[in-house]
Design a binder for this molecule. Structure first.
Ligand code: SAH
Length: 339
């Protein structure tokens, strides 16, 4: 079988080149041409010698994600639907603002977690994405929009910390100076609260950001939204976050999807402020985005404002996430690739 060079970190590519008798500097060259110049054929890596190219053609390959659809929102958000080499499909979302060009990438096809308010869970779980399938989402989006991507959020379909090795490898490639060269501080992993993954991540020498999908401030409510809370309850989650913070010393973001009549009362706000008071953090309020056949509803703007006004003086830092791309089902929690 041919080796997929897009699945290799620079270090691994170096080993591959050594094994095939290519000089060491070639690995940097190849890596740069793949990820910086977006070359997907050995023929197009014009600095290679004829002999090296022949070796690579025989032993290696450079697959590409196939874009099957691009949906454009009125607010300039774009949703990309990709077909994978095994026929599965998944999505990324491009979210431009004046300051930032962000790509929200998927880490799995489907998801195992089955959160009751999220669209992705409904497809069930199909498989993990490999590292190249994660990085190539960014690569393809950047090449289409023809603008430098500045930020990456791993908040698309799937749970990144349940695909730990591939996600970390993808981040290393995205972060690499010879690769896509996006600073670690511009990369955010969002998790439903996979405790062993959080503890493992704490030990990685990478300055990436961590976001936790909290969504409720009591176990009783959180369990109703997120079955994973039965395995890792709030106590276990916050213990892990304490450990994480004591090692990383980096502020954590909590995401809180605001659902009408479920977690949007002032008591909910008070509980939220209390549960987060001992850890340096920022709270990001996300008004629920409607999904089909859901018992959940989005709160009115007045309720959202009341919740935030009440929370603001008693919590550390609060922001309201503006909904982008909802007309193309590209907003938070709406992603679900349909075939
Ligand atoms: N599994 C990871 C990443 C995917 S979910 C995680 O749980 O963080 C990304 C974010 O979208 C989460 O914060 C989640 O709470 C939010 N989300 C899911 N469904 C939503 C919906 N219908 N409306 C608004 N936000 C939603």
């Amino acid at each position: 079988m041919k080796t997929n060079l897009k699945n290799l970190t620079l270090e691994e590519l170096k080993q591959f080149c050594a094994g095939e008798g290519l000089q060491s500097y070639r690995s940097q060259q190849i890596f740069r041409w793949i990820w910086k110049k977006d070359k997907n054929r050995f023929l197009d890596i014009t600095t290679l010698s004829k002999k090296d190219r022949e070796v690579l053609e025989e032993k290696a390959e450079l697959p590409q994600l196939e874009i099957i659809k691009i949906l454009k929102s009125r607010d300039r958000t774009k949703k990309f639907l990709f077909r994978l080499t095994d026929g599965e499909t998944m999505e990324s979302v491009y979210i431009p603002t004046k300051k930032r060009k962000t790509v929200c990438v998927s880490t799995q096809v489907g998801c195992t977690l089955n959160c009751s308010f999220c669209m992705t869970g409904r497809t069930g779980y199909i498989r993990n994405l490999s590292s190249w399938e994660i990085v190539d989402q960014v690569r393809r989006v950047e090449s289409i929009i023809d603008e430098r991507i500045s930020n990456i959020v791993l908040m698309g379909m799937g749970e990144p910390l349940l695909n730990y090795e591939n996600v970390l490898k993808a981040i290393k490639i995205i972060n690499s100076e010879l690769g896509m060269n996006i600073g670690a501080r511009k990369i955010t992993i969002s998790t439903a609260g996979i405790v062993p993954g959080i503890l493992k991540l704490a030990k990685e020498p990478l300055q990436i950001k961590l976001a936790i999908s909290l969504n409720a401030a009591t176990d009783a409510k959180r369990e109703k939204l997120m079955p994973i809370n039965k395995k890792y309850n709030l106590r276990k989650l916050f213990d892990a976050l304490d450990d994480y913070y004591s090692i990383k010393r980096k502020r954590i973001t909590f995401e809180y999807v605001l659902i009408k009549g479920f977690n949007d009362s002032l008591i909910d706000a008070k509980n939220l402020a209390e549960i987060t008071e001992d850890i340096p953090c920022k709270i990001n309020i996300i008004p629920f985005n409607s999904i089909k056949n859901s018992k959940f509803k989005r709160p009115s703007p007045i309720i959202v404002k009341k919740f935030i006004d009440y929370l603001y003086p008693i919590a550390q830092a609060v922001t309201l996430r503006e909904s982008r791309g909802s007309d193309i089902e590209g907003a938070c929690g709406q992603l679900r690739a349909r075939r």
